[in-house]
Design a protein around this ligand. Structure first.
Ligand code: COI
Length: 356
């Protein structure tokens, strides 16, 4: 791959004054990475340039048929001043899996990790240092051919932007209320549910909007065929603690293979807990709740980290979980995972990658 060309900005932006009020996705840094794909040439011209608008032909295919994929990962500033990434190779591998499903040409994963490191280094003074904050990294690829016929693109852009962030949900580590969606569906096996692509999120908006009007933070998706088996929340994977078993839905094609999900499974197993990746019906969860055996529930994701679930609403049933408080396992998992990510706890798994 060619060397990354760097053009620095002449006008640095004002950084957000109060790091405790960053929220999620509200600010973007001074630079971005961009590289082109053109059929016959492959991926080429990788460059870091000042953050700027992208001009598109109104017929650009991504605008019409949604041929795009994206990823989300974070850079963390440790107390010693180092910069860490968390399992960036996993994100880039998943992005190529999404590419394969969306007919987007594969890219060199190692090169992409290098591009992320370079960009983070260029904008390193944007990495926030307040407790719980990080620099969210959003790589994405989209089709730009000016053509309103439906076919896989011959011309695409790979862009990476950076955003200093705090907690994804305003609740932070306080438990969220989740609405179990049994009307709309997000994805079906054979579809694009396992891919990180905009269409899945577009499909989720209506349900999320309706749930939020009823006071729920997110929806919990059930399988698209029987509307019975638990899938994911859309912005995170989910885990339930029933008796002494920690259960998360198995990856069967319509669920995103979360990097945080796989890390949680490894951490929980390293503590000797029984973790099952299996089919889990909403009836089983409701039954366990009735019998007082549903001890905890939480979501996991890059943006959300660990997000305890304090209440589930399914039809007329309202399940309060752990009295609406964060559970012991959720808290310990958050402390451990975030400890590794922010460099406060020794990373015995070898997951963190030092940028500098
Ligand atoms: C992430 O956790 O990185 C996500 O992509 C979730 C969301 C912000 C879409």
């Amino acid at each position: 791959m060619e060397k990354i060309r760097i053009e620095l900005t002449k006008e640095k932006k004002q950084k957000p004054a109060d790091q405790s009020k960053l929220g999620f996705g509200n600010y973007y840094t001074d630079h971005m990475f961009i590289m082109n794909y053109d059929e016959g040439q492959g991926w080429h011209d990788p460059r870091i340039v000042p953050y700027q608008n992208i001009a598109l032909d109104p017929a650009a295919m991504c605008l019409h048929y949604g041929q795009e994929v994206f990823e989300g990962l974070k850079a963390y500033r440790t107390k010693k001043g180092e910069i860490l990434l968390f399992r960036p190779d996993r994100n880039m591998a998943r992005m190529n899996k999404s590419n394969e499903r969306l007919c987007i040409p594969e890219f060199d994963e190692e090169f992409a990790v290098e591009a992320i490191k370079e960009l983070v280094k260029v904008d390193e003074d944007w990495i926030p240092t307040a407790e719980g904050t990080s620099l969210y990294i959003r790589p994405f690829i989209f089709a730009v051919d000016p053509h309103v016929g439906v076919h896989p693109a011959h011309h695409l852009l790979f862009v990476i932007i950076l955003s200093p962030v705090g907690a994804y949900y305003p609740e932070g580590l306080n438990p969220v209320k989740i609405y179990v969606e049994d009307n709309y569906v997000r994805a079906v096996k054979g579809g694009i549910g396992f891919a990180k692509t905009g269409g899945n999120y577009a499909a989720s908006l209506k349900a999320q909007d309706e749930a939020s009007k009823q006071g729920y933070t997110q929806v919990l998706w059930l399988d698209g065929v029987e509307r019975k088996y638990i899938e994911e929340v859309g912005t995170m994977n989910v885990f339930f603690v029933i008796d002494d078993e920690v259960i998360t839905p198995e990856l069967q094609g319509s669920i995103l293979s979360g990097v945080t999900r796989m890390s949680c499974i490894d951490i929980l197993r390293s503590w000797g807990l029984k973790v099952s990746e299996r089919r889990l019906s909403i009836d089983e969860v409701a039954q366990a709740a009735k019998e007082g055996r549903l001890k905890e529930a939480f979501g996991s994701g890059t943006a959300a980290v660990i997000s305890p679930i304090g209440e589930l609403k399914w039809g007329d049933e309202v399940m309060k979980i752990n009295n609406g408080e964060i559970g012991e396992i959720s808290q310990k998992l958050y402390d451990n995972l975030s400890g590794i990510q922010w460099g406060d706890i020794e990373d015995t798994f070898g997951w963190t990658v030092k940028v500098k």
